[in-house]
Design a protein around this ligand. Sequence first.
Ligand SMILES: [Zn+2]
Length: 412
Amino acid sequence: MLAADACVAWLAEVGVEARVFDAAPGRRSLVASYGPPGDDALVLSAHLDVVPADPAHWTHPPFEAVEADGCSWGRGAIDMKNGAASALAIMRHLARNQLPLERGIKVVLVADEEAGCGLGSLALARAHPDWIRGAVAVTEVGGFTTHVDGHRVYPVQVAEKGFVWMRLTIQGVPGHGSMPHSEGAIIKLADIVHRVASQPFPFRCTQPVRDFLEGIAEVLGGVKGTVFKGIGSELLSDFILDKLVRDGERTKVFKALLKDTISPTMCHGGTKANVIPGEAWLTVDCRILPGTDPDGFVREFRERVPGDYTIEVLQKGPALTFDKDHPIVLRMFEVLREADPGCFPVPQMLTGFTDARAFAELGMPCYGFIPVWLPPDMKFASMFHGHDERIPIHGFRWGLATLFELVKRFCG
Ligand SMILES: [Zn+2]
C-alpha cells in the first residue's frame, strides 16, 4: 500500500476527503483542507518518501517502526514521517472535534522529495497550484533541539541552498592496459575529482548565515560569542572552525554554508581489466548559495575545473531565502520559548533543499519547522539519512503539541 493511501484513509475516518495526484506510477501525493476556504491558508507540508536503508547497519530493522529505548526506530522517523504524522494528527483532531478556525489549514503530503521533488511537490504545484496555494507553508527542516555549550538552541529554517546536479563526460585516449599513459579517461577523471575536492569556489557569507551566526553568538555571549561570529569572516573562518570549534559534524555544516560546494557522487568508466577507456563519467552534486545563479554556476564550474569534458545538467534549482521576520516565524519563536523555557530559537539556512522550492514557485514563503525535542546525545544531522534513524517518542509528542500551538495561534 502506498503511504499516500494510508493517509487518505486516516483522513476519511474523520470525514476529511483528500485529493490525490499521481505524478507517475508509485508517486502519489495528497492534499486535504479544513476550515474557511481561500488563499490565505496555513499549509502544513511533508514528504512521504524516504531514502534507502541497509539493514546490516541498523540496530533494529529500518522498516518496522520498532519501539525501543524510548524511541521509534526506522527510516523516515525524523526525515520526515514525523512531520506527516503531526500534520495528519492535527487535521484529524480539528475535524473530529469540528473546531472553528478563522484561517483555513491545508495538509500537503508529497512523494519524491528525496529524488529532487520533480514527481512530487513541483509536479503538484504546476498541475494544481490552487490545491496547495496558501499564505505560508511549513515543512522541514527546523524546530529540533540543538545543544550548544549547555544551551538549547532551536534553528528555524528561513533559507536553503540551491543545487545543480551535473554529469560530466570525460574524453580520453584509449589504449592497452599494459602500456600506461596519462591521457586515459580515468586518469583525467581523477584529475577533475582532485580539483573538485579542493572546493574551488570562493568564500561568501550570505545574510541568512550572518543572521544565524549572530543568533548563536548571542546564545554564547561574551568572548565566545565574539569569536563565534568570526566564522563569517574569510580570514578567520577556517582557523575558528578547525582549531577552536573542532566538532567535525558542525564544522562540515558551517563550511558548506559559506561556499558554493561540489561533491563527486558517482563515477564510472571502463569495460575490461586490460583496456584503458577512452570515456568516463562523473556525477557531481553542487550546492549553491543565495546570489549564485544556477546557469552562471555551470559556466563558472568550467573555468574553475578545467579538463576535457562535456557537461549535462541533470537537475537544478535556485537557493531560496524568505523573510526571517514574517509573522509566522515570530510565532514559531514564541511557541518554542513557551514549550522549552530558556531556549534560544534562531533563523538558519539549510545546506540541502526541501519542498519549499514548489511553494516558492507559487510565490509563497515556506519555513522549516517540524519541532522535535532531542536529548544532548542525539544529533539531528547524523540521523538524517544515517543509520539508526529514530525519534524519541516523548520528543515527538512535545513537537506535535508545539506545532499544534502554532496552528492555533496562526489560524485562530
Ligand atoms: Zn526530508
